[in-house]
Design a protein around this ligand. Structure first.
Ligand code: MG
Length: 214
């Protein structure tokens, strides 16, 4: 299968398994128009998150890196009515956009978007834990620190999920001094080898790491 066929298969999967509704499609356009970086997850990755969260009966989930709320909508829709997604974002403008679309998507009752530095906010929400899952999609440099937090605050049988496990191919560099690449490489090494985790990277667009807490 060549590259074009692989992309066509991705579109086939997205169309069959993960069609966007009007809200998600509008949000995708709004994010582009407001000049947000086009780094949000794909519809099929959104669906993957839903399958994962439902498979563990997730009720309480943390997201690092809300951006425009695209992934938050996908995840919130996989939670029960009394579920809670705490989504952490550094930039107020992004959080505002996300909140508007979470309302439109009908899930604002189960999503809290909190603005600030992730490490600080993570410390503050520990009292609400343990959590069922965390989706890490924020600054790559901090992935190892986020993994530390996750291992202390995700329940047994819960999931640590992380986007950009390939860092655009950067993980293949043997002697990188790019702190983002180093962060992802360390994260991958740890989730791959820690006996307390059962892990894999699913080779979606930029790779999604999935680690089950044993
Ligand atoms: Mg990402």
């Amino acid at each position: 299968m060549d590259e074009a066929q692989r992309r066509a298969c991705e579109s086939y999967v997205a169309g069959l398994f993960a069609p966007e509704d009007e809200v998600l499609a509008d949000l995708r356009r709004a994010m582009k128009e407001s000049g947000l970086p086009e780094i949000f997850i794909s519809p099929e990755e959104g669906r993957l998150l839903q399958v994962l969260l439902k498979s563990i009966g997730a009720r309480k989930v943390v997201e690092l890196g809300t951006l425009g709320g695209y992934s938050a909508i996908w995840m919130a829709r996989a939670l029960p009515e009394d579920g809670l997604l705490i989504s952490i974002e550094r930039e107020e403008l992004r959080a505002d956009l996300a909140r508007r679309y979470l309302v439109r998507a009908g899930v604002s009752d189960r999503v809290q978007v909190r603005v600030g530095e992730a490490r600080e906010l993570l410390e503050r929400i520990e009292v609400d834990g343990p959590f069922d899952a965390v989706f890490i999609d924020a600054d790559k440099l901090s992935y190892p620190a986020y993994l530390d937090w996750a291992q202390a605050n995700i329940r047994r049988g819960g999931l640590v999920i992380a986007d950009n496990a390939f860092q655009e191919g950067g993980v293949l560099e043997a002697e990188s001094d790019d702190p983002d690449i180093l962060g992802i490489q360390e994260f991958n090494r740890r989730v791959a080898t820690d006996p307390r985790l059962t892990s894999i990277v699913v080779p979606t667009r930029d790779g999604v790491a999935i680690a089950l807490v044993n």
